[in-house]
Design a protein around this ligand. Structure first.
Ligand SMILES: [Zn+2]
Length: 408
């Protein structure tokens, strides 16, 4: 079926485009594109590529990006950008667009009772596209634990877990809210007393609102897998499309059995079922040993995200390209890494018909980058290190067709 956008591209011949990006090495595994080609942009959309662009075509701006890769704009699926309202929040334009990231998805900084501020003060004024997972706790996630590293968190009391309010807020804000977030850890669920019920309500709410559930599972009373009837587990109880974030953490609920040095079978089983295994690097949620062991057993992340917040932006996570570079060091193929920050996260938040791929009619959000030799020791949460030899270096981002050169 020829849609109106394809028709628009074919009738544009010999007319002016807003922008032609020439000679870039375009990468999009989801569309099987891996070659040097040109892209044409009009009114903020990709409208033509390769041979569809004719010699005689004109553009207001021509950008020659020879020697650079061009991918769909990078998507960071787990961040904390509720700046000024929460202690964790970082600025989405400084930490997003300026690092090559065109979409930042907030990982539950707001709940149903605090979401309106995220829309008004963060989403609306930001140049970076900001989307959000809504926390199942009505006030959202203010700090790593609400009172620092000690006990005290958003799900200590079940009075805050207002699942119907959460569902209503998701349904009222489909332009921004893409899923629901829950954190499973004894320190934020009254030493585990509220953990099972909080998880059950979050699973119910995401099913009811028909959006994925993103789960943080670190030092939890919920087991990784269980075959017993009625016993919740994580990732065992997650469904196709749900997101298991912090996949490579080294805390007690780690997917790596540290004594046997083997991955728990529920991790691979979850991925095989269609659960999205997300990085969510964070401050304390990336461990080189877990990541190396997972790589050796071919458990690569489906999505690469930073869990960027005020506690790690100047620490071990730094930025999305830095976390991507860690996976390059682990041996993850470049094209798969690009997929993990473009088409896969776009698909898992059900936005792949709007952005995240290189195709006519999609939003012209693009990241133009190089992979450069840059030797650096990169640390994990427990100060173990590993050399990065090459790093992803974003140079230019295109946001809805607008060219933004990065100050690096
Ligand atoms: Zn987080």
């Amino acid at each position: 079926m020829e849609n109106s956008k394809q028709k628009k591209a074919s009738t544009l011949a010999r007319m002016d485009f807003d922008l032609i990006i020439k000679n870039g090495h375009v990468l999009d595994l989801s569309s099987k594109i891996n070659k040097v080609m040109d892209l044409a942009i009009l009114h903020g959309e990709i409208v033509a590529s390769g041979k569809e662009i004719q010699q005689s075509d004109q553009a207001h701006q021509v950008l020659d990006v020879s020697g650079h890769y061009v991918s769909a704009g990078w998507i960071d699926l787990h961040t904390h950008v509720y700046e000024h309202a929460t202690i964790l929040g970082v600025n989405p334009d400084i930490c997003g667009l300026q690092k090559g990231v065109t979409t930042m998805v907030d990982g539950g900084s707001s709940g149903a009772m605090t979401f309106a501020g995220l829309r008004k003060f963060i989403v609306e004024p930001s140049e970076t596209r900001v989307l959000a997972f809504l926390h199942i706790a009505c006030h959202g996630l203010a700090g790593a634990a609400c009172s620092g590293n000690e006990s005290g968190g958003e799900s200590d009391h079940l009075n805050a877990i207002k699942q119907s309010l959460c569902v209503q807020c998701v349904k009222d804000n489909p332009d921004i809210i893409v899923g629901i977030k829950v954190r499973l850890d004894k320190s934020i669920t009254n030493n585990g007393a509220t953990e099972h019920e909080t998880y059950a309500r979050a699973l119910w709410a995401s099913k009811e609102a028909q959006v994925p559930l993103m789960v943080h599972h670190t030092n939890s009373s919920i087991p990784l897998g269980s075959h017993a009837q009625g016993v919740l587990s994580c990732p065992g109880s997650l469904r196709k499309g749900d997101i298991y974030t912090h996949t490579y953490h080294g805390h007690p609920s780690s997917i790596l059995d540290h004594s046997a040095l083997k991955l728990h079978p529920s991790a691979k089983a979850a991925q095989d079922k269609g659960v999205i295994m997300d990085v969510g690097h964070g401050q304390g949620s990336f461990d080189w040993l877990v990541a190396k062991k997972a790589a050796s057993e071919n458990l690569w992340p489906d999505t690469i995200s930073t869990d960027l917040h005020s506690g790690n932006v100047n620490g071990t996570a730094q930025s999305l390209p830095y976390v991507m570079s860690k996976f390059l060091a682990l041996g993850m193929p470049l094209q798969k890494i690009v997929c993990a920050v473009t088409s896969t996260p776009a698909k898992c938040i059900n936005r792949d018909k709007e952005f995240g791929r290189i195709a006519n009619g999609l939003c012209a959000d693009l990241t133009i980058f190089k992979v450069e030799s840059k030797l650096e020791l990169a640390y994990d949460a427990s100060q173990k290190s590993q050399f990065l030899k090459e790093q992803f270096i974003p140079k230019i981002v295109i946001r809805e067709g607008r060219v933004i050169r990065l100050n690096l």
